[in-house]
Ligand binder design. Structure first.
Ligand SMILES: Nc1ncnc2c1ncn2[C@@H]1O[C@H](COP(=O)(O)OP(=O)(O)OP(=O)(O)O)[C@@H](O)[C@H]1O
Ligand SMILES: [Mg+2]
Length: 347
């Protein structure tokens, strides 16, 4: 989206629908990354008060989202996922899936949604004008029963509520019919750590998942927090799933060239009037210490600082400003806001 008229940008009431509904998913797929062109300083100074407020509001909206960085994890998930969808196309029985596993807030959902978006855009390009549903995105229900899982699929599709006496199989059969008809070929199941095969409830849920994998000619992508230790691979059913899946890990980023490049990419996306280009990259090590290499915290600290910089008029993301931003409890505990002097300027 190129924003020429910032008047309505940031003021519209349009809210992001949850990607776990077909409308929300399509909105996510359709949305181009936001773009924003800064006005020249002279032009900016000449704005009246109301227009200036609109301009700033629009920039805050832009920075609240900023960009999805194409990290090595995103690249790997998209690559593996694409490869599997191609390989599974003519496979009739033992289709392979992909599991994305890693610590919380390490970009798992972002990566699998990017894969889904890439896949859906390719399908739309290949079969223009067809009313397909190439991708389904659902989350595994906490303490989930098979009926709850089947209902998540039905909810994604916007199917009318089932009668209360409908059991999970009634719902699953109806869902599979719709998805087969709509040529769905990628099913993304997030929050899979909610399924614990060590419990009888988890076993039931996994049997039910298996029903979907056997009745839908699709590639299944799973993502969850440290699934290796969450009980997903426990028991015969768990081992069967593990044997059919490729695993990709996400995690904290070490302080290296990729980290610096992520900081540089985010810095490049800033739209502030007095920001000195390259000054944020010089704080790459400081940012690594503040965030402990967690991408979610990095994104938060930069986006929050940019918004504060607009509000307080300094128009630059500085170290002093970032010091005032609270990241999150897990990153804050023990990570100093004022690092040792030799941490400066290392980029
Ligand atoms: N590639 C990326 N580029 C920019 N920001 C990112 C990227 N990946 C993740 N983030 C930021 O980190 C936040 C958390 O990411 P995400 O929800 O993908 O993590 P997760 O591993 O699924 O977390 P959880 O374990 O809580 O489900 C996102 O809202 C976004 O702000
Ligand atoms: Mg997630």
């Amino acid at each position: 989206m190129v924003v020429a008229d910032f008047g309505s940008f940031g003021f519209d009431d349009e809210r992001a629908l949850p990607a776990t509904t077909l409308d929300g998913w399509r909105q996510f797929v359709n949305d181009e990354p936001l773009e924003f062109t800064l006005l020249a300083d002279e032009k900016c100074k000449s704005l009246d008060e109301v227009t200036r407020a609109q301009y700033d509001e629009a920039r805050m909206t832009y920075h609240s989202e900023l960009i999805v960085v194409e990290t090595s994890a995103v690249r790997q998930v998209v690559r593996e996922g694409r490869l599997l969808t191609v390989m599974n196309k003519r496979e009739r029985s033992a289709r392979r899936g992909l599991i994305v596993s890693g610590q919380w807030a390490t970009g798992k959902s972002t990566a699998i949604k990017q894969l889904g978006r890439v896949h859906e855009l390719l399908v739309r390009q290949r079969f223009p004008g067809q009313d397909r549903i190439p991708v389904v995105y659902v989350t595994a229900p906490p303490k989930g029963s098979p009926k709850k899982l089947a209902t998540q699929f039905a909810h994604f599709l916007g199917m009318p509520p089932f009668k209360s006496r409908a059991n999970e199989m009634d719902i699953a059969i109806a869902v599979c019919e719709v998805l087969t008809e709509a040529r769905c070929d990628l099913v993304i199941l997030d929050e899979i750590h909610n399924v614990n095969m060590a419990t009888s409830q988890g076993e039931d849920l996994s049997d039910h998942m298996k029903y979907f994998t056997e009745h839908l000619p699709a590639t299944f992508i799973y993502a969850g927090i440290n699934v290796e230790s969450s009980g997903l691979f426990t028991g015969i059913r768990g081992q069967q799933l593990a044997a059919r899946c490729v695993m990709t890990k996400t995690g904290k980023f070490p302080y290296n060239e990729e980290w610096k490049s992520m900081v540089a990419t985010m810095e490049h996306a800033l739209r502030l009037h007095c920001h000195d280009p390259g000054s944020l990259l010089k704080q790459a090590r400081y940012l690594h210490k503040r965030t402990r290499g967690v991408i979610s915290s990095l994104s938060h600290i930069i986006r929050a600082s940019a918004i504060c910089a607009i509000v307080d008029g300094r128009e630059a993301v500085t170290r002093e400003l970032m010091d005032t931003i609270t990241v999150d409890h897990s990153s804050e505990s023990g990570s100093p806001k004022t690092p040792r002097p030799h941490d400066d300027g290392d980029a």
